[in-house]
Design a protein around this ligand. Structure first.
Ligand SMILES: Cc1cc2nc3c(=O)[nH]c(=O)nc-3n(C[C@H](O)[C@H](O)[C@H](O)COP(=O)(O)O)c2cc1C
Length: 223
């Protein structure tokens, strides 16, 4: 069985990237500007869910964890993600406030890595983001207990389908739920990877930005 999987994996290929390619010399001095440019190019190239990323965290014992989440917002150098306080990722972000993000846009042969320290959003930003959620997502946030074992699927369907669970939302003073938060990853390091192909000159390109005392420094890395 396993050897069949090995053969299957060996037969998989990596598509040649299409798209605009990358000229690191012409890259902006602010990596968030470059991130926005690449995100827009990914969407224009038809990458599905280009704003979906892998969020990596560590727990108090130093064990890593990772899962896919949606990028809710970006400002200055913070990347914002929504997660419940009580979920494993919420506990990890709260106890060990560092995180890494990875975006992968295969059609363009691009990856963006972000690493930084974590902080929570203030009430106004959190409430505004909560209001933008779909009714389903708000219901899930209200029901909470994400990632606990699911023993009773019928109960969950009932809970998510019962408008009384959404009663909090009708009270303007309670436009969010206490456990639901926006977490900001303040980027201290960002790396842009462009796979060879398109107009790249024969090898992969890696440009890393590091932030010290508010200023970004740039360097190319060996591929
Ligand atoms: C496309 C996609 C987007 C997702 N977006 C989010 C998100 O924004 N926030 C979230 O808490 N979970 C999101 N999830 C679910 C997470 O991947 C994960 O299963 C869940 O948050 C539990 O993670 P945890 O046990 O590490 O806390 C998403 C999953 C997928 C497949």
């Amino acid at each position: 069985m396993r050897s069949e999987l090995s053969g299957f994996l060996a037969g998989l290929t990596w598509p040649r990237p299409q798209g605009p390619g990358f000229d690191p010399d012409g890259a902006p001095s602010d990596p968030v500007v470059l991130f926005e440019q690449w995100l827009r190019e990914a969407v224009a190239a038809g990458v599905p869910a280009a704003h979906v990323m892998t969020l990596a965290t560590v727990d108090a014992a130093g064990r890593p964890d990772a899962r896919v989440t949606v990028l809710e917002d970006v400002d200055e150098h913070a990347f914002w993600v929504a997660a419940s306080d009580t979920s494993p990722k919420g506990k990890q972000l709260g106890r060990v406030p560092v995180a890494a993000l990875v975006f992968h846009w295969p059609q363009l042969g691009r990856q963006v890595r972000v690493r930084g320290t974590v902080r929570t959003a203030d009430e106004a930003r959190t409430a505004a983001a909560f209001e933008r959620l779909s009714a389903q997502a708000r219901a899930e946030a209200l029901v909470d207990r994400q990632s606990r074992p699911l023993h009773d699927e019928e109960w969950l369907s009932d809970a998510l389908g019962d408008p009384s669970d959404l009663v909090l939302l009708e009270d303007p003073g309670a436009s969010t739920v206490p456990v639901w938060r926006l977490w900001g990853v303040d980027a201290g390091r960002m790396e842009f990877f462009q796979a060879a192909g398109a107009d790249a000159d024969g090898h992969h390109l890696r440009l890393r930005y590091s932030r010290t005392d508010g200023a970004w420094a740039r360097e190319m890395l060996r591929p």
